[in-house]
Design a protein around this ligand. Sequence first.
Ligand code: AMP
Length: 221
Amino acid sequence: MATAPTVLIMGPPGAGKGTQAAHLVEEYGLRHLATGDLLRTAVADGTPLGVEAKRFMDAGDLVPDDVIIGLIRELVADLPDDSGILLDGFPRTDAQATALDEMLARLERSVDVVLDIAVPNDVLVRRLSGRWICRTCQTPYNVDTKPPRVPGVCDLDGGELYQRDDDTADSVRNRLEVYVRQTAPVADHYAAQGTLVRVDGAQDFPVVRAAIDAAMQPVTT
Ligand code: AMP
């Protein structure tokens, strides 16, 4: 097995990557590198990266490859050898996938498994427009399918729940189109490497989690 597995989680916005990522981190001790979360922190902190990224993010477009590749390159280079990684939201283009292969090869690592979560578009739109997220721990809720016990408050840490700036109807539509056009083809890159596992993300959370655990077995035992 890979003692420090490198795992990718892919899927359109609203596929449940955040929820499943939390499970993967807890169950397998993976270090979670989520480019969307990193960019939102940069935006909130008003860093140069955040200022540059915000206009792309608000429109639902991808931040340019060189910016995002530079960000991940620094983080990956600093990882301890024995640290398993969960990349979430990266790579999103063929250029990013190629750059990632090169970065990992330099560290004598490679991608061990790619979890590709598929969900039909109408389900995604419904999930995204009802989505609220904890400002503190990023746990996602949904007004229809997974409401918090107290409206506006995280069940886990009492943090304030908020709606993302890019969960508006126009931005959601664009993000789904961008996903189909630019990110879905990245799956072919990993299918060719034999690491891609497709997961039906329209099923209930525990069923999706079980499928993910089955896909993780070869790289964790
Ligand atoms: P997410 O939270 O993963 O849905 O990402 C939110 C937004 O951040 C995306 O709509 C993009 O604007 C930007 N973003 C996140 N990851 C990437 C990436 N790998 N490449 C380009 N843009 C990204």
